[in-house]
Design a protein around this ligand. Structure first.
Ligand code: ADP
Ligand code: ASP
Ligand code: MG
Length: 423
């Protein structure tokens, strides 16, 4: 029996009862002969509450202090979990991200892991302990400041530790029974997926299926770490995410893996951009220099009479202010007319490797949206994904319509959501 890394999300450790329930599960894994490393998130909606609190004392908190504040959430849950395990008669030690050797770059609020040196975790395991690690945090290599990995980052901590410790599997415990063909909070008829490739999971995660963070899937694919996504509330088998179907999950790759949606983005339109070489480069240089990741981009054809065009792009709402400020600053140099900001948008994506060889998929997708009366504002595609931007109010209806149109609805059971607020 080898080493397993188990990650428990906030909804699994939302209160003292949750922590005790999770502690029993961890002890069971240890009793079965595994060495167990646990990565834990902050309890319930703690992180959101800390963010709200920061907003009350400062409209734009410093990145360093913001990270210092947010990492407190995971410190609380890791210590309580270690106490609960000890109370069951087993040895456990908790570690901050820094103590666990999670080394990052110094981009506060969305740092990237650049190395993991889990010496102290190894020692704790060798001494017979269960090691509990605070998720979502690390320490920057150069300044030795505390950093966070971006929302949902505990998933990445878990996979990074699993890779560094050469774990057999990384188990992600959450409040649903696995990865479904759509968010079970929106589509009651969503089906649990037995196995999904890294490739499809990466697209689903990047398109807003927050059950797994896309950086975590990227990491797992790079180091070939199988992920088992499952519920901490039930004993059911969950979803295996890996290169090839393994063990009891010998299933065929589906043509369409699922439908993802995302309402966390906003749209910026740069109005009246001179239609000449270098303009797009200047706009996106200004945005990139502000460390903002953008998603979709559309440029309209310029009206011949004015020689001006509009460029729209989407980005995380949380970065909207920063992007507008950066563009306003560069307005003189770039030479556009004005900026429009719209945060009432949503994105719906259809994902599946089978798209490559099934030419009708795009047409069927647009047909389903039009039958549901949903207007499309932007479109983007990859080899295995089609995404559209619509009004935010249309998103839930659109997801259900597309899910049904592609025959993904389950004809038996309804998907169970065990906990969490979906916040
Ligand atoms: P945790 O606190 O355990 O990290 P998250 O809230 O980050 O949990 O992720 C679990 C949630 O992801 C589920 O409650 C569900 O609403 C949402 N979700 C979105 N898309 C999917 C999907 N395709 N399959 C399963 N869950 C999904
Ligand atoms: N607690 C952090 C968050 O809410 C990290 C995580 O849960 O993965 O984003
Ligand atoms: Mg999560």
């Amino acid at each position: 029996m080898g080493l397993v890394v188990q990650k428990y999300g906030g909804s699994s450790v939302a209160d003292a009862e949750g922590i005790k329930r999770v502690a029993k599960r961890i002890v069971d894994a240890k009793k079965n002969g595994h060495q167990v490393v646990v990565v834990v998130s902050a309890m319930g909606d703690t992180t959101d509450e800390l963010i709200d609190l920061a907003g009350q004392v400062s409209p734009i908190p410093s990145g360093r202090e913001f990270d210092m504040l947010l990492t407190a959430g995971e410190r609380i849950s890791m210590a309580l979990l270690a106490m609960a395990i000890k109370n069951l008669g087993h040895e456990a030690q908790s570690f901050t991200g820094s103590q666990a050797g999670v080394i990052t770059d110094s981009v506060h609020n969305k740092a990237r892991i650049i190395d993991v040196t889990p010496g102290r975790i190894r020692t704790a395991l060798d001494e017979g302990n269960i090691a509990i690690v605070a998720g979502f945090q690390g320490v920057s290599q150069d300044k030795k400041d505390i950093t966070t990995l971006g929302r949902g980052g505990s998933d990445t901590t878990a996979v990074a530790l699993a890779a560094a410790l050469d774990a057999e599997v990384c188990e992600i415990y959450t409040d649903v029974d696995g990865v479904f063909t759509a968010d079970p909070r929106v589509v009651k008829k969503a089906k649990k997926i037995e196995w999904i490739s890294f490739e499809d999971m990466l697209e689903l995660a990047a398109s807003g299926s927050k059950v797994l963070l896309h950086r975590c899937v990227e990491y797992a694919r790079r180091y070939n770490i199988p992920i088992h996504v499952r519920s901490s509330f039930s004993g059911l088998q969950g979803t295996w995410v890996s290169n090839e179907p393994t063990g009891d999950s010998k299933v065929e790759q589906a043509i369409i893996s699922g439908v993802a949606h995302d309402t966390s983005e906003a749209k910026i339109t740069v109005v009246g951009v001179p239609d000449k070489p270098g303009e797009a480069a200047a706009i996106f240089r200004a945005v990139a220099d502000a460390e903002i990741n953008i998603d979709m981009i559309v440029q309209n054809v310029s009206a011949a009479s004015t020689g001006l065009t509009d460029i729209s792009f989407t980005l995380p709402k949380a970065e909207g202010r920063k992007a507008i400020d950066a563009l306003e600053k560069a307005k003189g140099a770039i030479g556009f007319d004005s900026l429009r900001y719209d945060d009432q948008i949503g994105k719906i994506s259809l994902v599946g490797a089978g798209m490559k060889t099934n030419p009708g998929v795009t047409a069927d997708f647009f047909r389903a949206l039009s039958d549901a009366g949903v207007n499309i504002e932007l479109i983007s595609t990859s080899e295995i994904r089609i995404s559209v931007v619509t009004r935010a109010d249309d998103v839930n209806e659109a997801v259900r319509a597309v899910h049904t149109a592609f025959g993904l609805d389950s004809d038996s059971d309804e998907a169970v959501v065990y906990g969490g607020t979906g916040r």
